[in-house]
Design a protein around this ligand. Structure first.
Ligand code: SF4
Ligand code: SF4
Length: 174
């Protein structure tokens, strides 16, 4: 089978193109035309006007963590260390203590997550046998001016509520 070859005739650059300056001005004119039209009317821009317009968060989206509680308000976590063991970033630090009720033996007395080291992989949520840790807070803007504030304590993790109802979370396939 013969191969069809198409020969492109190269005419070389014209003297205007070889001068470059004219082409540079042409390019700048296009840039300024777009800049001015978008500056005067940005309604057609295909960008999100963050932070005025927040991104849409679904239950499958992994945001900042939280620790969940039973209906009576007691912590679900049983300090089994599964999340800490599975965390590839090793950013979870748990210390177990006696629970003191007849639910389970242990409860975490310390549960820290260093968000500066977290890679938001969701393995901790997957590994948890108790559905005690979730990333359904819808918090995507995690900022701070100090490293210390980026370390979430057990109280902060318990204080944060989920952004979805139980039905929405389960339907989201989490
Ligand atoms: S999301 Fe991943 S990196 Fe972050 S705490 Fe969970 S397991 Fe660790
Ligand atoms: S959050 Fe879940 S996996 Fe982690 S220690 Fe508590 S019960 Fe175990």
């Amino acid at each position: 089978m013969s191969i069809k070859v198409k020969t492109i005739v190269r005419n070389g650059r014209s003297w205007q193109e070889r001068l470059y300056l004219i082409e540079v001005f042409k390019g700048m004119a296009i840039t300024f035309r777009h800049f001015l039209s978008n500056f005067l009317d940005n309604s057609k821009l295909a960008v999100r006007h963050y932070p005025e317009v927040k991104p849409e968060i679904t239950p499958r989206w992994r945001g900042r963590h939280r620790l969940t509680t039973h209906e009576d308000g007691t912590i679900k976590c049983v300090a089994c260390y599964m999340c800490q063991t599975n965390c590839p970033a090793q950013c979870i630090q748990i210390e177990a203590g006696e629970r003191g009720d007849d639910r389970t033996e242990k409860v975490p007395v310390k549960f820290d997550i260093d968000l500066l080291e977290c890679i938001y992989c969701g393995y901790c949520v997957e590994a948890c046998p108790m559905d005690a840790i979730r990333m359904d807070t819808g918090i995507f803007s995690v900022t701070s001016s100090t490293r210390e504030e980026m370390k979430m304590s057990i109280d902060q993790l318990l204080a944060t509520k989920g952004a979805f109802s139980e039905e929405e979370y389960k339907k989201g396939g989490a």
